[in-house]
Design a protein around this ligand. Structure first.
Ligand code: PDD
Length: 277
């Protein structure tokens, strides 16, 4: 079951016009929210970011917070209890003709559930690989836009290189991962790119910083470069669907001799507690 414009219907019954600007231009925004055993995680934070994305692209929010919650709960009621991610997509809507500029249209609203298969701590503790690449995306990465061509190419590259993530750099600054935020830890200081137009302000990024604080780490939201990344004691990536993952090999080179640091352990455990709060 999925949600499309007020209806809960089977996915294969969904029909969207070819004149939808989401289809023609990638003119829309999205969110991805985790659900743990029926409990929607950090929904308010995701809805706040959704509002910011909508404001940035001049689409009116079609629903109140309460309505969004009702839609999510009803969608979840059709699925067996378990872990899911909810994908929200709002496009500008269906135009009369294909033209780049727009007038006010009725937004197209689509929500679907996907099973969330989390890697357990044991598997995560083995560490994951990444590669670095030039960040070729536009300069409004703070908007969670459905225009994701660069990100899909990175994801394909990650798959072809059999790595977990592509870590991006722009003007010798590490920005974020293709679908995650990036953290480095050195001498008990946790560093991550500040929230600006070069990265998506990840909800998990925020919670990782909260958890790091609880683990007595000093936090430094400032830019760092590839040398800092390669010489870090620990490297992590974070996202709603991957939580907090340790990266111990980048561009085929081991990070800190491939060891998984003790701080990842602490921060990961704290994050798991947040899910139960
Ligand atoms: N992506 N940066 C980028 C470019 C992302 O695409 C994501 C998440 C993040 C992490 O954001 P959050 O912690 O709020 O999930 C950072 C989602 C999961 C996706 O595109 O499916």
């Amino acid at each position: 079951m999925v949600y499309l414009n007020g209806n809960f219907i089977a996915k294969n019954q969904c029909r969207i016009s070819v004149m939808d600007r989401g289809f023609l231009f990638g003119d829309g925004i999205y969110e991805v929210v985790s659900v743990y055993q029926g409990k929607i995680f950090s929904l308010n934070e995701h809805l706040q970011r959704l509002q910011k994305s909508l404001d940035s692209v001049k689409i009116a929010n079609p629903h109140t917070q309460k309505q969004w919650l009702e839609i999510c709960n009803k969608l979840l009621s059709y699925a067996p209890k378990g872990d899911y991610s909810i994908y929200f997509q709002i496009t500008r809507g269906v135009g009369a003709e294909r033209k780049h500029d727009f007038e006010t249209l009725t937004p197209t609203v689509y929500l679907q559930l996907s099973k969330l298969v989390l890697k357990g701590k044991k598997l995560l503790s083995q560490g994951f690989s990444a590669i670095t690449q030039e960040d070729i995306r536009w300069h409004r990465c703070d908007i969670k836009s459905t225009s994701l061509l660069a990100n899909t190419l990175y994801a394909q590259n990650a798959k072809e290189n059999q790595v977990e993530e592509v870590i991006l750099q722009r003007n010798n600054i590490i920005t974020e991962g293709a679908t995650s935020n990036v953290f480095i830890l050195k001498n008990n200081i946790l560093q991550t790119h500040p929230t600006d137009n070069n990265i998506l302000a990840g909800i998990t990024r925020d919670l990782t910083l909260k958890s790091a604080d609880a683990c007595s780490l000093e936090i430094n939201e400032s830019t760092f470069n590839r040398d800092d990344l390669m010489s870090a004691d620990e490297v992590w990536i974070s996202s709603s669907t991957r939580e907090i993952m340790p990266i111990n090999k980048i561009d085929s080179q081991a990070i800190n001799n491939g060891k998984i640091g003790k701080y990842w352990n602490c921060v990961y455990d704290h994050y798991q507690q947040l899910k139960n709060d």
